[in-house]
Design a protein around this ligand. Structure first.
Ligand code: ADP
Ligand code: MG
Length: 663
């Protein structure tokens, strides 16, 4: 804010006029000379209203000048005091928007004294005036910026005014002598500097056209103008440079901050990397451990004696320890050789029930127990199944054999008792039949004679002729029946009594096969040829020659009996050695057996030939005997193709090959 008192002080002793009006058109100050020349006795201090100080015409002039000054334009008016109508003083108006009195209007005028002094001192004073302009240039240099220069300019100069677009500077003279009175003719306005802030252009000159400028003065002014514009330009450039430097400093500060931040971040990153290193090495250890665990798992997986298959829910094999199966294929294709999923698919059952499943299954000749478990994923949903296939063929065979042995053992006990009970009365019957037959042989000729004399003779209510014709057949039927009972009972005894006949012979199987074949030749040769295929130098085993022979005979006879009536078959007998065992095969190409028959053939009394006199004991006994020899007997048969019995008997390690003496 411009302090007007400073200006007043500065104007003290000036020989220029100054009248200051406030916004309400009241005189708030008048310079000493103005008061003396135009407003004597300070009457303006009692009546400061402009309309009381000037004529009506002058008031109009003042108002338009004030409006112009307020709008920033050049404002010139004429002061005609209302008390001394002879006076008419030209004034130049300026406007200050903010002062301690609010807005004010300054009206300057040149006194005659000023004019006189100027004319007297001439050039010298002008130089002073110009020196003042030089100071302006200096101020430009020291002011912090062009903006502040223009804002502060009036304060620096005190006598200067600031218009929005122009700077007006009045020079100041010391009033040493004065006498002349100012008039419209000798009015003079001195040093004036005008700068266009927008264009950065400085103009310098005199307002008053009437004033005569000295050539040096003009030259100086030109120079000053140039110097001013140069100073302003330089200032502006400096400002810009300062701005740039400020920007640069700011930029550098930011750069520094950024660098600091980067350093911080780098440190952080370094720390993180260190941590990551720890994590990585941990992960490495974990993955090593995992690799190891995986290896162990794989070894374990392969070592499981059961076949293990891991199947996903799309029936794809994920993992298996079976070497014949590749992972990736469908289970029903790879395991079962089917084109479509099995009807009793375990996966489907486990997916729906979510519980483990154990089933028995037969595939080709083998029996399996399959144990299937659900496999869960992270979400606890069944994701697939793990199947364990245990080959239980051997167990199954043992089980069957055990069952068979059990059955036979209990039967054995039963029949050995019954055998005695039957055998004793049967011996009476047989003995008695012989006596009855002899008796009949003796009696019949006598009865024949008697019949000759008594034609009506009846015996056992039968006509004698009929009786005579059939009685011997009846008796021989009885004899046959009783013979049959004897055979059966003997068979039963053989079957039941294990200990009968010690196992002490050194058995050469080939010799026995040949002997048995000879023995049954009569019975078999009509229906079948017997072909022998014997491996020589088989080891002998310790056993009972007769019993083994009985087994062979049973098998060969059965084979012969299995031949269809219309075709002569072949019974093929082979011997061979097989890992410490002696093996005999009796194979026929007869009518074979159904599954149902096959299951029962080793049961005592099971026969399909009862009508033809079969007892159903042959194979039961054979089984018993082979069992006694710690061997086993097995059978394979197909209807319409034939049957093959295989006997396997262990040959002791110390037993030598059967020698000549056994033949
Ligand atoms: P049997 O000969 O008195 O009937 P086995 O114990 O010797 O009694 O035989 C039992 C049953 O086994 C026979 O009835 C027959 O059905 C069957 N069988 C035995 N061997 C053969 C074979 N080689 N071919 C077909 N069936 C056989
Ligand atoms: Mg038989």
């Amino acid at each position: 804010m411009i302090k007007l008192t400073d200006l007043y002080e500065f104007m003290e002793g000036s020989f220029d006029y100054l009248l200051v009006l406030d916004g309400a058109e009241r005189a708030i100050h008048a310079s000493d000379l103005f008061g003396r020349d135009c407003l004597p006795d300070k009457w303006w201090e009692q009546k400061p209203e402009l309309r009381d100080l000037v004529t009506d015409t002058s008031l109009q002039n003042f108002r338009s000048a004030m409006a112009l000054a307020r709008a920033g334009s050049r404002a010139i008016t004429v002061f005609s005091p209302c008390r001394e109508s002879s006076k008419s003083i030209p004034l130049k108006g300026s406007y200050l928007p903010t002062t301690e009195h609010g807005e004010v209007f300054l009206f300057f005028g040149q006194t005659l004294e000023g004019l006189a002094r100027r004319s007297a001192s001439g050039k010298e004073d002008r130089v002073k005036e110009l020196a003042c302009l030089y100071r302006v240039i200096e101020w430009i240099e020291v002011s912090p910026s062009i903006d502040s220069f223009f804002t502060e300019l009036p304060r620096y100069l005190s006598q200067g005014m600031l218009y929005p677009e122009e700077v007006v500077i009045y020079s100041v003279y010391e009033a040493k002598e004065y006498g002349q009175k100012p008039s419209s003719k000798n009015y003079i306005s001195v040093g004036l500097v005008v700068g266009d802030r927008q264009k950065g252009e400085i103009r310098a000159g005199y307002l008053d056209e009437e004033h005569e400028q000295l050539p040096e003065e003009q030259k100086m002014l030109k120079e000053i103008g140039r110097a001013l514009s140069f100073a302003l330009e330089r200032k502006e450039f400096k400002d810009r440079l300062a701005l740039k430097q400020e920007e640069e400093a700011e930029f550098n500060r930011r750069l520094e901050n950024l660098e600091r931040e980067i350093a911080g971040r780098t440190r952080e990153l370094e720390e993180q990397r260190e941590k990551l290193g720890v994590v990585n090495s941990y992960l490495d250890r974990v993955s090593d451990g995992w690799e190891e665990a995986r290896g162990r798992l794989e070894t374990m997986f392969k070592a499981i004696p059961d076949e293990v298959v891991l199947i996903d829910k799309n029936r794809r094999i994920v993992m298996t320890n079976r070497e014949d199966i590749e992972a990736g294929g469908h289970c029903y294709e790879s395991i079962f050789g089917r084109e479509r999923p099995c009807e009793d698919c375990r996966l489907a059952r486990i997916l729906s029930k979510k519980t483990p499943l154990t089933i028995s299954m037969k595939q080709e000749d083998k029996y399996f127990q399959v144990h299937a478990l659900p496999v869960y994923n992270k979400e606890h949903e069944v994701d697939g199944i793990l199947e364990f296939y245990r080959d239980v063929t051997l167990e199954k065979t043992y089980e069957q054999q055990l069952q068979q042995a059990d059955k036979l053992a209990s039967l054995g006990q039963l029949v050995s008792g019954i055998g005695h009970e039957i055998n004793n009365p049967n011996q009476f019957i047989r003995g008695n039949i012989r006596i009855i037959k002899q008796a009949l042989d003796d009696m019949l000729p006598i009865i024949d004679d008697f019949y000759g004399q008594h034609a009506e003779l009846k015996i056992a209510r039968l006509d004698y002729d009929f009786f005579r014709k059939h009685i011997m057949t009846l008796v021989s039927d009885m004899a046959h029946g009783s013979e049959r009972i004897k055979t059966i009972v003997e068979g039963l005894r053989k079957f039941a009594r294990k200990d009968e006949g010690l196992l002490v012979d050194k058995v050469d199987i080939n010799t026995l096969v040949e002997a048995s074949a000879r023995l049954v030749h009569n019975e078999v040769h009509k229906r079948a040829d017997i072909k022998l295929d014997l491996t020589r130098n088989l080891p002998a085993f310790v056993g009972n020659t007769q019993k083994i022979e009985q087994v062979l005979i049973n098998l060969i006879v059965n084979a012969g009996q299995a031949m269809p009536d219309d075709k002569k078959g072949t019974v093929h007998i082979r011997t061979r050695g097989e890992d410490g065992h002696v093996v005999v095969e009796v194979e026929d190409n007869g009518y074979g057996m159904s599954e149902n028959t096959l299951r029962q053939i080793f049961d005592p009394f099971f026969t399909t030939k009862r009508a033809k006199g079969g007892t159903g004991l042959g194979l039961a006994i054979a089984y018993r005997i082979i069992e006694e020899h710690k061997g086993n007997i097995s059978v394979g048969s197909e209807i319409g193709v034939g049957t093959k019995f295989t006997i396997k008997i262990p040959a002791g390690k110390d037993t030598e090959p059967a020698g000549e003496e056994n033949k």
